[in-house]
Structure formats: structure tokens, C-alpha cells
Design a protein around this ligand. Structure first.
Ligand code: ADP
Length: 282
């Protein structure tokens, strides 16, 4: 059974399809990254997957359940970390988890056991009595992850999980995300940070204007677009050109009578993203 299935999914707002004929699957245990410029439809896709909004057309299945027909079953099987911190700032760390645990009808002893376990895992045990609004951004995000894991979901959805975090906190969160995936958790994450996808994701889907324009592993992308890159700077403009290998890019440089402003390096995900979407991420 696939963990996530989207089959010719469309979402229309005000007669405009913001997600348009989207089809892809995520296998159990996979770490899938959804990339795209602002307005590409990533959040709308996640919102359909987590039952916050219904698809206009097409089929969306999560953990074997149809999101429109069986939203409660879907919710039982997923954990969600959204962009905007959704923990309650006026409650303590423990109260946030206790509330979530009760909502999911986890029995008291088991609930306390899991709260202890996940607080320890995200290194917040010593902050359990603190009011959440007194925590740093990184701590709040770790609390969101602990909360998302409390009911032991099969699939975790992370919408821009590290946005606004400093590099140290971002790294710590990457370690947690990677560790959870290694323990078998299926994950879908959206992000603006290319290095996040390169570091974390097994497979990548690139969306633009509501459509999936590329799907595969980073290695497959590099094979397809080229592993070598020549960048030429002319005034303020940067032009780049892909070559199948770095050696071929270097041969090209050698063949140029005037090498001024030309740089050769290995291509990366950002180069491929810019080539595909014509946008730089902001
Ligand atoms: P992304 O997450 O890739 O930045 P979104 O899914 O947030 O993209 O948005 C895709 C498009 O759908 C945007 O043009 C956005 O304005 C539009 N959109 C999103 N939510 C709504 C809504 N509730 N009503 C109307 N339009 C919306």
C-alpha cells in the first residue's frame, strides 16, 4: 500500500485551478520533498492531504484512506507541523501535549509515558512547566514535532518546518527529521531551502503554477539536466549552461578564447530549480 496517492487532483479557487491535474505517490518510509516558487500550490496540496480542504476533482488517499470520504481515519494516521506555529502560547509545554493527547483519546498512563518520551526526544523535558510563549522559535518548532508524534502517526507532514530558524536550530531539526525517517516514518515536507531538500529528501517533486513539472531523485535530475555547469557573468546578468559531466564543462572552458567571467562547477538542485521554473526563491 502506498502512503500517499494523488490521482489527477485539482483544486479550484474562484474558478482558477491552483492545483492542476496533480498525480504522484509516496511510498511507506519515503522522505519526499515538495519544492516550488511562491504560489505554486504546495500549501494547498498539503491542506488537501491533511483534510483541511477538499479536492475539487480527483482522488487523494493517505494511509489507505480517502481524504474526502474518511477524513477521521486520515487524521488518526498523520502528524502535522504547519508553517504558522499552532501550539497554544498561553499553555505550558506539558499542557499543550496533554491537551493533544486527550483529543486523541490516548489513555492517561500511556499519555504520560509518551509525553515524557517525546519531550525527551526533542530535548524539552526541562521546559515542560514553561509557558510556551516564553520559548524560542526553535523550541516551539520542536514542541510542534513532539505534539505531531504523540498519537504515533504513520506519516508526518511538515510545511516549511525550519523557516525563520537560525542555522543551529535548523541543523538540530534536520537531525530530528532524518532520525525519525530512519526509524521508518514516512514524511512529506515543503521548503524553500534547497540544501534542506538535498540533505534530507529521497525524492523530490517540483511544482509550478499548480502542476508537477519534475519528479525524481537529485541524482536523476543531475543525470537529466547535467552534472556540470558553466556560469558566465556579463555585467549584472548570470547565464548558466548545463553539461552532462563536469569534465565536459571544463573542456568547454578550455576551448574558449576568452575565459573572462566564466566559472565551472558541479550543478546543484538550485541550478536545476531555476532552470525549470525560471524563478529564484525569495
Ligand atoms: P505555495 O504554498 O506553493 O506558495 P499556495 O498553495 O499557498 O502556494 O497557493 C497557490 C495559489 O492558490 C495562490 O495563488 C494562492 O493565492 C491561491 N490560494 C490559496 N489558498 C486560497 C484560498 N483559500 N482562496 C483563494 N485562493 C487561494
Amino acid at each position: 500500500m502506498t502512503a500517499v496517492t494523488l490521482n489527477h487532483v485539482q483544486k479550484v479557487y474562484n474558478k482558477v485551478p491552483v492545483v492542476d491535474d496533480l498525480s504522484f505517490e509516496i511510498q511507506p518510509g519515503e522522505m519526499f520533498g515538495l519544492l516550488g516558487p511562491n504560489g505554486a500550490g504546495k500549501s494547498t496540496t498539503i491542506r488537501m492531504l491533511i483534510t483541511l480542504t477538499k479536492p475539487t476533482e480527483g482522488e487523494v488517499r493517505v494511509a489507505g484512506h480517502d481524504v474526502t470520504r474518511n477524513p477521521a481515519e486520515v487524521k488518526q494516521n498523520i502528524g502535522v507541523v504547519l508553517q504558522q506555529t499552532s501550539v497554544d502560547g498561553d499553555l505550558t509545554v506539558w499542557e499543550n501535549l496533554e491537551f493533544h493527547g486527550r483529543m486523541h483519546h490516548i489513555p492517561p498512563r500511556e499519555r504520560q509515558h509518551r509525553i515524557d518520551r517525546w519531550l525527551d526526544y526533542v530535548e524539552l523535558s526541562d521546559r515542560r512547566k514553561d509557558i510556551v510563549k516564553t520559548l524560542s522559535g526553535g523550541m516551539k518548532r520542536r514542541l510542534q514535532i513532539a505534539r505531531a508524534l504523540l498519537h504515533e502517526p504513520q506519516i508526518l507532514f511538515l510545511d516549511e518546518p525550519t523557516v525563520g530558524l537560525d542555522p543551529q536550530n535548523r541543523r538540530r531539526l534536520w537531525e530530528i527529521i532524518r532520525d525519525l525517517n530512519r526509524q521508518g516514518m514516512t514524511m512529506l515536507l515543503t521548503t524553500h531551502y534547497m540544501e534542506e531538500v538535498e540533505f534530507l529528501c529521497d525524492r523530490i517533486g517540483i511544482m509550478d503554477a499548480g502542476k508537477l513539472i519534475e519528479l525524481g531523485t537529485l541524482d536523476q535530475f543531475k543525470q537529466k539536466y547535467g552534472e556540470g555547469l558553466a556560469i558566465k557573468q556579463t555585467g549584472d546578468r548570470m547565464e548558466s549552461h548545463f553539461f552532462p559531466t563536469l569534465a565536459e564543462a571544463n573542456q568547454y572552458l578550455d576551448s574558449l578564447p576568452d575565459k573572462t567571467g566564466v566559472m565551472i562547477r558541479e550543478s546543484n538542485l538550485e541550478d536545476i530549480f531555476v532552470e525549470l521554473t525560471g524563478h529564484q526563491l525569495d
